[in-house]
Design a protein around this ligand. Sequence first.
Ligand code: NAD
Length: 487
Amino acid sequence: MTLAFDPLSLTLPAGHFIDGAYVEDEARLEVRAPSSGRVIGHIPVADAAMVDRAVAAARRALAVSGWATLHPRDRLRALHAWADLIEAEAPALARLEAVCSSRPVAHVAAGDVPVTAEQIRFFAEFADKEGGDLVPTGAGSLGFIAAEPYGVVGAIAPWNFPISMAGWKLAPALAAGNAVVLKPSEMTPWSTLYMAELSVRAGIPAGLVNVVLGDGPVTGAAITGHAGIDKVSFTGSTRAGAAIMENIACTGIKPMTLELGGKSPMLVFDDADVDLAATCLERGILPNAGQFCVAGSRIIVQRGIADALAERLADRFARPRPAPTWAESPGFSPIISDPQLRRIDGIVQAARAQGGEILCGGTRFDHEGSFYRPTLIGGVSADNPAVTEEIFGPVATFQTFDTEEEGLALAQHPTYGLCAGLFTRDLSRALRLTRRLEAGTVWVNRYGRSRDHILPTGGWKASGLGKDLGREAFAANRRTKSVLIDI
Ligand code: NAD
């Protein structure tokens, strides 16, 4: 079956999805296809009253369905059924995602969808396996720590991997017994709506998964400030994360998980396998046109192999060819919007003005839509904007060093600490540096997540608070209660 499609002929889900049904609302925001720049639909902006309606539906669904107190195997079974349906609907989901995002339809259908289904099943399995703890107390009493769901989780997701991000938020929250009010990005609303619809078709009680559409300042703020939301789970930029923290502080304290931006280093020593390193460096910045949080956007190479590696990279960076996300064969991804492309180009030009040398790329592709050439910038100092700022595009800087200490000093970022890549054949050095790198994840002689969903992901410093994936993400959707009984 062909996955290619005509972006103007798709039937798009309309409205918010609340209490198991679509809710119409005034269309307020344009949604554009980054592959063509054309408007392909409109979405409403949920105001405080609409968010309130979604929160009320979530509370009602929790009370009526008894989701939190069901036998855990029933929650597990419903989540498995949802994962199966998501997989069966891969082509439809992939088209709804590809039409407005940077994700090629073939990649979503073959990658994002099955991996998301797998992650839902992964979290489903915690439902009947992770309990509380019996703890040692004095002989005259029994002490235990119970773990209970929060109630209603307010989740806010970014545009770069809409299905995956919705899965990361929804699956552990539901498995732990919560209901969710989720806001996808205003730029990529439709695949998330369809996932919510599928949850009801799979037997998850209506009202447990609610999706409200809208922007950050109105809808996002209404979620994070709502008294009926018991916990906030956010993935997006550090700037928006800070605004959310502020809003939560001003509207009533509630727990939050924040997965934020990054500016991750790729530290390559001259004993590394150069071919492997070149492949990983490319994989660290070119997929999704560099629009992923763990992009390895700062390449830092020991002098002995720097020229050879720069040459290989310039060659690899010159190969990608753009293609619309709805084409049968995946091409190089577009930048999500033209304003974002102009922002990327602005940083590249500022980097050049401050002494950076454009080793390749540095301009937009001469192609319909918002496509930017893979770009490598050498000769940059530590304070060059291309080194300090998260660019969120196919742009990497290239720096060189002599000693291990110099390399490490370049790798540590003053504010971000999401990930780091390390390439060396020296095991002692690898172990030494994994201890010292300031990052929530370190990949050695590889780059990118595997399908080991047990490994949590999350940043240090301004890259975040708390974790997604892993046992930690399940735990983050429950709160503990200490119980002491005199016997
Ligand atoms: P963004 O912060 O602009 O938007 C993310 C979401 O937050 C959107 O749904 C948006 O509408 C909403 N939002 C914006 N301001 C808000 C506010 N004041 N209150 C509530 N909600 C608000 O980010 P983006 O451009 O969609 O995504 C790119 C960013 O996400 C990058 O910084 C990237 O590194 C980060 N990201 C991080 C991870 C991770 O796991 N750490 C994963 C993916 C993306």
